[in-house]
Design a protein around this ligand. Structure first.
Ligand code: 9MR
Length: 480
């Protein structure tokens, strides 16, 4: 379903060139909360990597859901797949919230980075306060891993099988698992996960391992040993919870040494925290830090993707864990994109467009018909097209003298076959040669002279001619 990094050459360089060559993007003023330009996921896919976000089940609807689905092609449940969430009572599973996130991912054509199976934290009380023999604890771990991986079998691309097994000095963390089972718990967890879903890519994941240091050396030796033993490990996740200005300069080289062991690598929980309040200088430094991380991943052929740990400052874990710090993500608390967003977009190959000084629309020479409740309109249609797909960005202007409350924009595209795969800031459907876009609740009202913008991604084959015959609530539109 998704291009893996190993296929990057098939869709990468030539796709980017095509993107650039075919770009006919019309710059438009986008409403708050929806970023201008090509969505991050479109750019990432053209580079053969994914761009992901952590999400919690209460973020799937409304503006946060619509941004997440439009911009990201991978989702990691922030908490919903952890042991305490899925097995709060021994042997009784609560899959609901995690299932909701998986459904959201399927609806939005996103992959799932599942997180996590064996960790020292967010364990249920029955497990931490129980008194189990080593054999019982081993069997409980294997059963949990087997049951959870089986439940999501075929629905997740990647599993964080073992999370945060190291101390800062590179020794094993003395947690429940290591203390009772010894280091073999790690290999056993991977083996059980692989048996339950042989197609899922299995990762070990940790923090403060991005640079070469005692902790990453410990992790390196573990991965080397697991590979030598033939344990089914596929990848290493670098969480990348950074402090402003402190992305290690050897992050890329460090990822490369792991890749050289024969595993994939991924940036799994990226954020860059700062002392709040933020200011322009800090936000620019943060943008530089995000640029460095994306470039580091793109510089390692086995780096399969980058996930941000929450895409917006409103729901980030940082302020509650580090009082006085925050503003760590690419979108602010009002869900508006920050310089860090543009930095990711640019690093992934997107271009920044400057709005034209004169409006790109031409006034109609004959007055359009104006049905009750509707109005004359003007449309700008920008398309970024490559060999199998395209991204369309549309701005519609209410050119009439009365306000519109609730709008439907229709147009046709005759020739070739096109399939809409996702839309943002509007609902977009395709039937025959006709498209229908309807407003979301936040952009239903268009005052006289007011504009709103939306977009969609689609696949095409045969040909992909220019759209024609735009109407807004039945009134003909000019195309600028
Ligand atoms: O984002 C998660 C937050 O909501 C939880 O309160 C927290 C509890 O430990 O876990 C957060 O996610 C962590 C992730 O699972 C593992 N790496 C560190 C993340 C931030 O704490």
């Amino acid at each position: 379903m998704f291009s893996k990094r190993s296929t990057r050459s098939a869709v990468g360089g030539s796709g980017v060139a095509l993107l650039a060559a075919a770009a006919a993007l019309i710059a438009v003023a986008m409403p708050a909360a929806h970023a201008a330009g090509t969505p991050l996921r479109t750019l990432a896919e053209a580079k053969g990597v994914y761009i992901g976000t952590a999400l919690q089940a209460n973020e799937l609807s409304g503006t946060s859901g619509s941004i997440a689905g439009a911009q990201f092609d991978s989702v990691t449940p922030g908490n919903e797949m952890k042991w305490a969430s899925v097995e709060p009572t021994r042997g009784t599973y609560n899959w609901g919230p995690a299932d909701q996130i998986v459904s959201f991912a399927q609806q939005n054509d996103m992959r799932v980075r599942a997180h996590n199976l064996v960790w020292h934290s967010q364990l249920p009380n029955w497990l931490t306060s129980g008194s189990f023999t080593n054999t019982q604890l081993h069997d409980l771990m294997i059963k949990h891993v087997t049951d959870e991986v089986t439940h999501f079998k075929g629905k997740v691309a990647h599993w964080d099988v073992v999370n945060e097994p190291f101390n800062e000095d590179g020794t094993y963390r003395a947690d429940l698992w290591y203390n009772q089972l010894g280091v073999s718990y790690i290999a056993d967890a991977f083996t059980a996960a692989h048996a339950a879903d042989p197609n899922a890519k299995l990762y070990v994941n940790d923090y403060n391992v991005e640079g070469q240091n005692a902790k990453s050396n410990g992790l390196y030796n573990l991965v080397k040993s697991l590979k030598q033993q033939g344990v089914p490990i596929d990848g290493v996740g670098f969480q990348a919870h950074f402090i402003l200005g402190q992305v290690p300069s050897d992050f890329k080289a460090n990822m490369q040494r792991f890749a050289d062991l024969g595993v994939d690598v991924a940036v799994t929980e990226l954020d860059v925290r700062m002392q709040t309040p933020s200011d322009a200088g800090k936000l620019q430094q943060q943008a530089n830090d995000y640029t460095a991380v994306v470039n580091d991943c793109l510089g390692v052929s086995r780096c399969v993707g980058v996930t941000v740990w929450g895409f917006n400052d409103a729901t980030s874990w940082v302020p509650s864990t580090f009082p006085g710090q925050g503003a760590a993500t690419p979108y602010d608390e009002n869900l508006n994109p920050k310089p860090a967003y543009t930095a990711i977009q640019t690093a992934l190959g997107g271009t920044t467009t400057t709005p034209p000084t004169t409006p790109p629309t031409t006034p109609p020479t004959t007055p359009p018909t104006t049905p009750p409740g509707g109005g004359a309109c003007a449309v700008t249609y920008g398309v970024n097209q490559w060999n199998t797909g395209f991204t369309a960005n549309i701005t519609v202007k209410n050119g009439g003298s009365s306000a519109i409350n609730g709008w439907t924009l229709k147009w046709s595209q005759s020739g070739g076959t096109q399939t809409v795969t996702q839309a943002w800031s509007a609902t977009v459907t395709r039937s025959g040669t006709g498209y229908t876009a309807t407003n979301l609740s936040y952009n239903a009202s268009l005052p006289p002279g007011g504009t709103t913008s939306f977009g969609f991604n689609a696949n095409w084959s045969g040909s992909n001619p220019a759209p024609t015959g735009f109407t807004l609530n039945g009134a003909a539109c000019t195309i600028g």
